[in-house]
Write a protein that binds this ligand. Structure first.
Ligand SMILES: [Zn+2]
Length: 252
């Protein structure tokens, strides 16, 4: 077949992924190519794309482009969605996550807010994709090649390297601000914590803790005990820092 050109326009913050960061690109193709492959060939993972218009009409990732075309690519934007609400490609209300092995601090922050995040520092890329697909968890990563895996349905590329900023990014992308359940989840293993009577945990406590603290939670999976003040005050400060940052971003 004869070669052809496609012209792409990337909207919103999708230019973050492009080098140079120009909204307009032209690609020369010599064979039929899926629109997913064309977009990812420009550096933008499909998990970041919420709407594709080919010649002004909505298209799926599997749409094959075989001739000269104009393609517009839109990011996930905050609700409410106005144009083409029926043709959006990303799910917004994901409430479960899996994080790749470099994101321990982000994982801790999200669990602190009660958000369900699976994390195994040793999980390799195929395993992360498998967990994401089989458990319908959105994959959080800074590896954009990983997000281009065709079996991956939900994911998010963290723009910042700062854990606090990353936490706010995830909350905004998946509309989690009303889903917090602070101190509800084990920071070490992600299990939902249970209230524990003091008598049941007293053997595991330091002498001063035994005297001063009365409220306890225990992880039913790994046995970690959490108690008020010493743990909770420090953690509460972290939650407040996250919430301050969310408010600052809303104002901006
Ligand atoms: Zn635990």
């Amino acid at each position: 077949m004869t070669a052809f050109n496609v012209r792409l326009t990337f909207h919103g913050d999708l230019t973050f992924f492009l080098r140079p960061r120009s909204a307009h690109l032209e690609r020369h193709l010599s064979e039929r190519t899926s629109v997913k492959d064309i977009i990812e060939g420009c550096g933008v993972p499909h998990t970041e794309v919420d709407l594709i218009l080919v010649e002004g009409a909505p298209a799926n990732f599997s749409r094959v482009i075989a001739s000269e075309s104009d393609i517009e690519v839109f990011p996930v934007e905050p609700e409410p969605i106005t144009a083409f609400p029926e043709n959006r490609l990303q799910v917004r209300n994901v409430r479960k996550f899996v994080a790749d092995g470099h994101l321990g601090k982000l994982v801790r922050d999200l669990r602190l807010l009660g958000i369900d995040v699976t994390y195994d520092r040793d999980a390799n890329d195929p395993r992360l994709v498998e967990i994401s697909s089989s458990e319908e968890r959105a994959l959080l990563t800074r590896d954009r090649r990983l997000l281009m895996h065709s079996a991956l349905r939900h994911g998010y590329y963290l723009r910042s390297q700062n854990p606090l900023h990353q936490t706010v990014e995830v909350i905004r992308r998946f509309n989690l601000a009303n889903s917090f359940a602070p101190f509800g989840r084990c920071l070490l293993c992600n299990a939902v914590l249970e209230l524990a009577a003091k008598e049941s945990v007293i053997q595991e406590l330091e002498p001063l803790t035994r005297i001063y603290y009365d409220q306890f939670r225990r992880c039913p999976e790994c046995g970690q005990v959490y108690w008020s003040r010493s743990h909770f005050e420090k953690l509460q400060k972290r939650i407040e820092a996250i919430q301050t940052r969310i408010k600052a971003e809303v104002v901006r």
